[in-house]
Design a protein around this ligand. Sequence first.
Ligand SMILES: *[C@@H]1O[C@H](CO)[C@@H](O)[C@H](O)[C@H]1NC(C)=O
Ligand SMILES: *[C@@H]1O[C@H](CO)[C@@H](O)[C@H](O)[C@H]1NC(C)=O
Ligand SMILES: *[C@@H]1O[C@H](CO)[C@@H](O)[C@H](O)[C@H]1NC(C)=O
Ligand SMILES: *[C@@H]1O[C@H](CO)[C@@H](O)[C@H](O)[C@H]1NC(C)=O
Ligand SMILES: *[C@@H]1O[C@H](CO)[C@@H](O)[C@H](O)[C@H]1NC(C)=O
Ligand SMILES: *[C@@H]1O[C@H](CO)[C@@H](O)[C@H](O)[C@H]1NC(C)=O
Ligand SMILES: *[C@@H]1O[C@H](CO)[C@@H](O)[C@H](O)[C@H]1NC(C)=O
Ligand SMILES: *[C@@H]1O[C@H](CO)[C@@H](O)[C@H](O)[C@H]1NC(C)=O
Ligand SMILES: *[C@@H]1O[C@H](CO)[C@@H](O)[C@H](O)[C@H]1NC(C)=O
Ligand SMILES: *[C@@H]1O[C@H](CO)[C@@H](O)[C@H](O)[C@H]1NC(C)=O
Length: 469
Amino acid sequence: MITPTLVLLAAALAEAAPTGKQTKLKQADVSKIGTQEGLFPYLAGSGPHFDYPVSYGVSKDIPEKCTLQQVQLFARHGERYPTKKKGEQIAETYYKLSNYTSTLSGDLSFIDEDYEFFALNSKNFEELTTWDNIQDPINPYVGEWDAQKHARAFLHEYEELLENTTTFPIFTSNSKRVHDTANYFGKALGDKYNVSLQIIDEDASSGANTLTPIKSCSTYNDTENAGVYSKFSEKYLSDIAHRLNKQNQGLNLTKKDATNFYIWCAYEINVKGYSNACDIFTSEELAYFAYYDDLTSYYDNGPGNSLGPTVGSVNFNASVELLKQHEDLDLKVWLSFTHDTNIVNYLGSIGIFNPDQPMPVDYVPIKNHIYHKSWMVPQGARVYTQLYQCSNQSYVRYVVNDVVIPIEKCSSGPGFSCELGEFVDYAQSRMNDTHYVSDCKIESTSNQTALTFYWDYEQKNYNASLIRK
Ligand SMILES: *[C@@H]1O[C@H](CO)[C@@H](O)[C@H](O)[C@H]1NC(C)=O
Ligand SMILES: *[C@@H]1O[C@H](CO)[C@@H](O)[C@H](O)[C@H]1NC(C)=O
Ligand SMILES: *[C@@H]1O[C@H](CO)[C@@H](O)[C@H](O)[C@H]1NC(C)=O
Ligand SMILES: *[C@@H]1O[C@H](CO)[C@@H](O)[C@H](O)[C@H]1NC(C)=O
Ligand SMILES: *[C@@H]1O[C@H](CO)[C@@H](O)[C@H](O)[C@H]1NC(C)=O
Ligand SMILES: *[C@@H]1O[C@H](CO)[C@@H](O)[C@H](O)[C@H]1NC(C)=O
Ligand SMILES: *[C@@H]1O[C@H](CO)[C@@H](O)[C@H](O)[C@H]1NC(C)=O
Ligand SMILES: *[C@@H]1O[C@H](CO)[C@@H](O)[C@H](O)[C@H]1NC(C)=O
Ligand SMILES: *[C@@H]1O[C@H](CO)[C@@H](O)[C@H](O)[C@H]1NC(C)=O
Ligand SMILES: *[C@@H]1O[C@H](CO)[C@@H](O)[C@H](O)[C@H]1NC(C)=O
């Protein structure tokens, strides 16, 4: 199905796209773009951005008769190409297909139909998708554009907090794609604002003064529970491989190839706006894949890891500190950009998506499933902390990918918010048993035992060199 708006949008974009690039437009491309958004929640957060899919209908606008006091953003970089590792991995599957001597049929027949594989050029690995590096100029999911749209939406919602401020910082890790996202976001706020990017080093030498505290945690073991989720059935993967092999005699695809098709599907949409590889899967196979991703995220980086919330407490603690100091701080808008893993750590410390029980591996807990990784951290993820005043009291709440996510046990304030004093107690109890500096042996690699950049950026002017990973 193709909506009239989309056709107009596609036409406008095609016109606005940079010239000088030889891009062959095919009718098939146009008709497929925009038809796969229903799949985005099942693509492990590797496909384009989407709003949190479930809400209780609570408006993300500040409740009537309340006034904004502060906003914080903890955001992920926008849509990107696969990493070098993932790119090379899916290319292996592509080579198997391209070397197959007969004509491919069934779900894979698209390969033989004037198809151009999207991830052969290694110079694109790790990079944000931009108007200059995408494969199809009518792709509406470009990372560069997502950052710009996000900036405009941010201004629409929060500009009043900048009424006395034109010069301010945006904090970003020194990963190039994260930096580029922050930069596109900053520029899209307009010439009225003089944004300085504060580029914080991801290196372990940053210690606790970082947007990526997992990298400084020398005791962190992300596979400590790999033995748990390795028990999750891989039948959905062998089903896919068998089906494709049956359609193509002598094509010996494996479970590994089946996994690669999911990655192929997700990243190709970031590059082209759609992917034929997505048509390989049944809806059940998408559900199994999504749950497996939730499991690995939960046990590797989320609350299922013994140090997940501890690592996340570095940024949660700083966030709480900014809220507590809202009256003294001139700046009312605190914008930070980092990676999905760091946001997952952070959310694990806050606790709003933490399941009551360890996540099961012998079945998919359809009715009792709050930990959907892709819903929390799709590409371009945005976790907002709102602080607002209603009559004489201040309230805090979270808005994750444009949906209000209350702290259930502290949500009786206006708009399902938590009164600031109660919120501080809640946060203290969440972090009471976490000791990042000692548990992570920070002092073995760094003398920075506290997060200070929000407070000392004017003196320090953080400017770490960019890294491409
Ligand atoms: C398939 O083709 C690629 C490049 O054309 C080559 O590098 C690769 O070794 C070939 N074989 C397999 C099994 O991938
Ligand atoms: C801007 O300054 C005015 C005058 O001091 C003050 O009343 C107002 O609250 C300030 N706005 C913000 C968002 O800080
Ligand atoms: C922009 O901000 C920088 C600090 O980041 C400052 O040195 C410069 O004077 C500002 N420019 C304007 C026009 O305000
Ligand atoms: C991480 O934990 C797993 C499971 O306990 C263990 O096998 C592995 O050796 C650990 N890795 C490190 C680096 O400690
Ligand atoms: C697939 O496996 C069969 C049986 O092991 C083998 O004869 C055939 O050459 C393999 N095909 C490819 C493309 O590797
Ligand atoms: C939390 O932040 C405060 C203020 O920056 C700092 O003094 C304290 O050490 C931090 N606590 C933890 C556990 O990081
Ligand atoms: C805040 O308002 C409530 C109800 O309007 C009132 O009972 C309370 O005393 C006020 N608190 C302060 C600190 O002004
Ligand atoms: C934090 O833990 C200490 C010791 O376990 C306990 O005495 C204290 O009440 C706890 N504080 C909060 C706010 O939960
Ligand atoms: C931390 O170490 C760096 C590099 O050795 C040094 O320049 C800095 O002064 C030290 N900072 C503190 C707070 O000791
Ligand atoms: C960062 O700024 C300092 C001081 O201005 C300068 O010495 C250093 O070379 C800069 N580093 C980078 C990576 O630009």
